[in-house]
Design a protein around this ligand. Structure first.
Ligand code: APR
Ligand code: PHB
Length: 392
């Protein structure tokens, strides 16, 4: 097999890149190790910056998003049994965010790709990228039990945080910066209308809780839990009680309860690989960097990477210049580090330290108080949450 751009991974990064390339007449092949059913039901975050919505619209993948996406004008911060509204349009000159689940984006992109797009192979597992420095790098992969080779002009690793593309960077050509957080998130989906109009980020006495949503009938909720938490210790009743305690305020508000349809525990990590390119191999999305979910930057970063990359390939296709492609890593990393800093700060501000450090708790409350008392401090949060410019 031969193609111009070989894409490893059919998550949001790989699928969107394929659509953007297809639109500019550049051929590509997407290799995805899992089944279609698996990638379409994997639960992930669901907060889209305006730039993410624009990119999906640009490639004709936003019909359902435009119908079902929920526009949010802010978030709520809760601490000390108080609630505070952070008003995005007022603080950012009109910006908003859209709530639409990542799983739904994946479904929309897969359907388009299978209808008229370049090949998307499921159960096609890449095992190695070879000769990334040469004119025609190769991807070796296994499909239907047979080992095959995809010969490419360029390879893009969109294969997530456990992918193999990064392994093709020779020793000494790349550096990894990582931080592990000392807690996890227990996430649930519940068939109950959200008890709020916008997302609630709460620093409860016992730790963090987040109230998000998937639709007017489905809520998505998260609780900070210790690393190594066993879901068997968290029957539904205990989850609801703990959520209610962490969201509790003085005043009139009630957390509605309903049937829980899924539960999972996620670890929290920040990680950045630098640079994001070696020769003709590029990394995009989780393959290049991961952030903890506080602030929901993962998907938005993946989308901004592939937008920059698609522009680079379009320029090469149109003019023969590799100018933009050559600056890919540098252009993305400014934004990547800003999102890494923002999600690190949000995480550290809202989670209880496992050792219960009372001084640290006071520092968190002082930071939260500053955000709710000072317009510039709130504006800084709103600018980061709604999304910084594409390339910094
Ligand atoms: N060969 C082929 N496909 C692979 C391989 C491989 N060796 N390794 C991993 N994959 C596939 C995974 O099965 C997955 O579908 O690559 C895809 C990577 O997708 P994601 O993990 O979703 O990563 P990405 O597309 O970068 O999306 C960005 O934002 O909200 C965050 O982490 C969240 O997934 C989200 C991310
Ligand atoms: C979600 O809806 O799953 C979500 C929203 C915001 C976050 C994290 C997760 O910060």
């Amino acid at each position: 097999m031969r193609t111009t751009v070989g894409i490893i991974g059919g998550g949001p990064a790989g699928l969107l890149l394929a659509r953007l390339l297809h639109r500019t007449g550049i051929d590509c092949v997407v290799l995805e190790s899992r089944t279609r059913a698996y990638v379409e039901q994997r639960q992930r975050a669901g907060m889209l910056e305006q730039g993410t919505v624009d990119a999906l619209r640009e490639c004709g993948a936003a019909d359902r998003l435009d119908l079902e996406g929920l526009t949010h004008h802010g978030i709520e911060l809760r601490f000390d049994r108080e609630r505070h509204h952070i008003d995005f349009p007022v603080l950012t000159g009109g910006r908003t965010v859209t709530i639409y689940a990542q799983t739904e984006i994946v479904k929309d992109l897969v359907a388009l790709q299978l209808a008229d797009g370049p090949p998307l192979l499921f159960q096609a597992e890449a095992i190695a990228v070879e000769k990334p420095e040469r004119d025609a790098p190769l991807v070796r992969f296994v499909h239907e039990g047979r080992e095959q080779t995809l010969s490419c002009d360029y390879v893009v690793g969109c294969d997530g945080s456990h992918g193999i593309a990064h392994n093709a960077f020779p020793a000494g050509t790349s550096r990894t910066y990582a931080h592990d957080y000392p807690y996890s998130w227990l996430g649930v989906l519940a068939e109950v209308p959200p008890s709020c109009e916008e997302l609630i980020y709460a620093r409860g006495e016992n730790g963090f809780a987040l109230h998000s949503m998937r639709s007017p009938a489905v809520s998505r909720l998260y609780l900070q839990v210790p690393i190594g938490t066993d879901l068997r210790d968290w029957p539904d009743e205990r989850i609801w009680d703990e959520l209610a305690a962490r969201f509790a305020i003085d005043g009139d508000w009630r957390l509605e309860r309903g049937p829980i349809t899924s539960k999972s525990v996620t670890s929290m990590r920040s990680c950045v690989h630098e640079p994001m390119r070696h020769g003709r191999l590029f990394l995009a999305g989780d393959a290049a960097h991961i952030v903890p979910p506080t602030g929901a930057k993962g998907l938005n970063l993946a989308v901004s990477d592939v937008r920059v990359l698609a522009r680079g390939f379009a320029e090469l296709h149109r003019t023969g210049s590799t100018g933009l492609l050559d600056r890919y890593s540098e252009m993305c990393l400014g934004r990547v580090w800003q999102a890494t800093r923002f999600s690190y700060d949000m995480t550290r501000m809202l989670h209880a330290q496992p050792d219960g450090d009372a001084f640290e708790h006071r520092m968190q409350l002082a930071r939260l108080r500053r955000i709710t008392a000072s317009r510039p401090a709130a504006a800084e949060l709103a600018a980061n949450y709604t999304g910084l410019p594409l390339a910094l």
